[in-house]
Design a protein around this ligand. Structure first.
Ligand code: 5AD
Length: 356
């Protein structure tokens, strides 16, 4: 076991069989070593900095029907909403005043937000705040759409691959195509976005072999960002009775992702903080280096329920910022409110380059 960990630390890769062996044989001691290696690796690339992104959930309307997601179109119990352009701009105003220079615009696959509408929003944000980075997370779209939005000023794109196993993917995503999803990720990379992939841990039917495939997929794609969180069953979905993922299992995957893609931007996800009050702090200590506090208007926060009991839905954005910053500093890390580009995308003028 120690040998496998040492090899991973040294080479940043293992074979599928080795990953499965590692996952099957990790002792509490082995986990500690793994988290330490991951923390050291993140330190080597990003120091003690934790990068802050303000998350704006601007529509919970979705045409997809993913079995695990509370926002799936078959869930008639969701109070659907769309923010107006001005409401979205107001979120960025509030975030900018709070110090954020990195915004994530996320929604369900809501095609009312067309290329024209979204390009207009991105341009307006960039005109008002030329020094911010904009990340989009609006699902599978055409290459033309991705290009137009990149030209409008979107810097990054999040599209979790969800699982790198075709059979598991097909069982969870009725009417969707695994090949198309992977193709979207390659297209986004080719266009020049900083790209985020990622997956859930603890999906029904997910085996150590599947998780090994996720790591090898990430190693091959080399995304700039990797979102990993526990699957949390939602009571109004077909997976209501499933077991869901654990914090410990997710931490292991976060640490492994750090070692397989050493310079990735890796968020300590809200789902981790939902399962465990200090889940995000634990993720930071296991190699994560990004936190995404919610900036959406209070009136809609509860409605963006991918899963239930999501944290921070009742807190003002300013409160969220102070709460999470306190936690980050108490864990021994440093707040970075800059654009937070991946190391390979940084410009010399970015103050984030200058570590103390
Ligand atoms: N539990 C945890 N994560 C979920 N997501 C969707 N539904 C759930 C759930 N029930 C994740 C998916 C998606 C991201 C925005 O949220 O991985 O890509």
């Amino acid at each position: 076991m120690d040998e496998l960990l040492a090899k991973l630390h040294r080479t940043n890769c293992l074979t599928k069989d080795e990953i499965v062996e590692l996952l099957g044989g990790l002792t509490p001691e082995g986990r500690k070593t793994l988290y330490r290696f991951a923390d050291e690796t993140r330190q080597a690339h990003y120091g003690k900095d934790v990068f802050m992104r303000g998350l704006i959930e601007f529509s919970n309307i979705c045409k997809q029907d993913c079995l695990y997601c509370g926002l799936r179109r078959s869930n008639g119990g969701v109070d659907r909403y769309r923010l107006t352009e001005d409401e979205i701009l107001a979120c960025t105003d509030e975030g900018y005043a709070l110090g954020y220079r990195s915004f994530v615009l996320q929604s369900g696959e809501d095609f009312r937000f067309t290329e024209e509408v979204l390009s207009g929003i991105v341009r307006r944000i960039k005109e008002r705040y030329p020094d911010v980075a904009i990340t989009l997370s609006v699902g599978e779209r055409s290459e033309d759409f991705y290009r137009a939005l990149h030209e409008a000023g979107a810097d990054r794109y999040l599209l979790r691959h969800e699982t790198a196993s075709r059979s598991l993917y097909d069982s969870l995503h009725p009417g969707m195509s695994y090949d198309n999803r992977i193709e979207c990720l390659h297209t986004l990379k080719r266009i020049g976005y900083q790209v985020g992939a990622g997956f859930m841990v603890g999906l029904p039917g997910q085996t150590p072999e599947h998780l090994a495939e996720d790591l090898l997929f990430l190693h091959e794609l080399q995304p700039e960002m990797i979102g990993i969180g526990p699957f949390i069953p939602h009571s109004s979905t077909p997976l209501a009775g499933a077991a869901g993922g654990t914090v410990e299992d997710t931490l292991v995957m976060v640490a492994l992702a750090r070692l397989f893609v050493p310079a990735a931007m890796l968020p300590a996800t809200t789902a981790m903080g939902t399962l465990d009050p200090v889940g995000r702090e634990k993720a930071l200590k296991a190699g994560a280096n990004v936190v995404m506090p919610i900036l959406s208007p209070l009136a809609v926060r509860e409605k963006y329920a991918l899963y239930e009991n999501k944290i921070c839905t009742g807190d003002e954005s300013a409160h969220c910022r102070h709460c999470i910053e306190m936690r980050i500093v108490a864990s021994g890390y440093r707040i970075n409110l800059g654009r937070g580009d991946h190391v390979a995308f940084r410009e010399e003028t970015d103050p984030a380059v200058n570590f103390a």
